[in-house]
Design a protein around this ligand. Sequence first.
Ligand code: AMP
Length: 215
Amino acid sequence: MIIILFGPPGAGKGTQAQLLEKNRGLVQLSTGDMLRAAVAAETHYGKKAKDKMDAGQLVSDDIVIGIIADRIKADDCKNGFILDGFPRNVAQAQALDVMLAEEGVKLDAVVQMEVDDAALVDRVSGRYTCAKCNEGYHDTNLKPAVEGVCDNCGSTEFKRRDDDNAETVAKRLDEYYAQTAPVLPYYAEQGILQQVDGMAAVNEVAAQIDAVLAA
Ligand code: AMP
């Protein structure tokens, strides 16, 4: 099964992708995670991407399309995958169609996570993760049971993304509406676009996604 989770920053794409990975054996392909790894490793692509990411702007299409084109050929993608953060404009969506056709596979669903804009800046600027196991937390909505200690692995080290600050989040939202939202009609025309309520609780959103994928 090949699924796109679609929505603005803070919609919960990463959280739901991780659940789908765990429950359905699909692989989460997050271009944001791949780019952050490239930045940390100071690769050629990472160096080119860093300034754009810090500014909340999209990284160039040739970089992200190249990354995804290579990644979907890997053996672990043969059972299917979830695209999280790709495509982010119409050119990327068109490139994806070409790549999938070359692999002889097709998209099963594009799941749009609908969210209330006003909640997004707070959701994103308050989020952080365990530096060891990546468990997600939030300053006000989702604190660890014992302050400063990860519920999942007991680590006391946490991290925040450089671009999860209020100013950059606002820019990332602008980019979403200017460049990414126009992809929605592209998938609506193909008859594969479905909506879920991204404001619901995590397990409720997961149930809605399950229902959409079963339909
Ligand atoms: P994300 O983790 O999906 O929020 O992505 C973090 C940042 O990585 C974005 O603000 C962009 O700078 C960059 N990025 C991630 N995916 C893409 C993409 N498909 N196209 C262009 N830039 C991307």
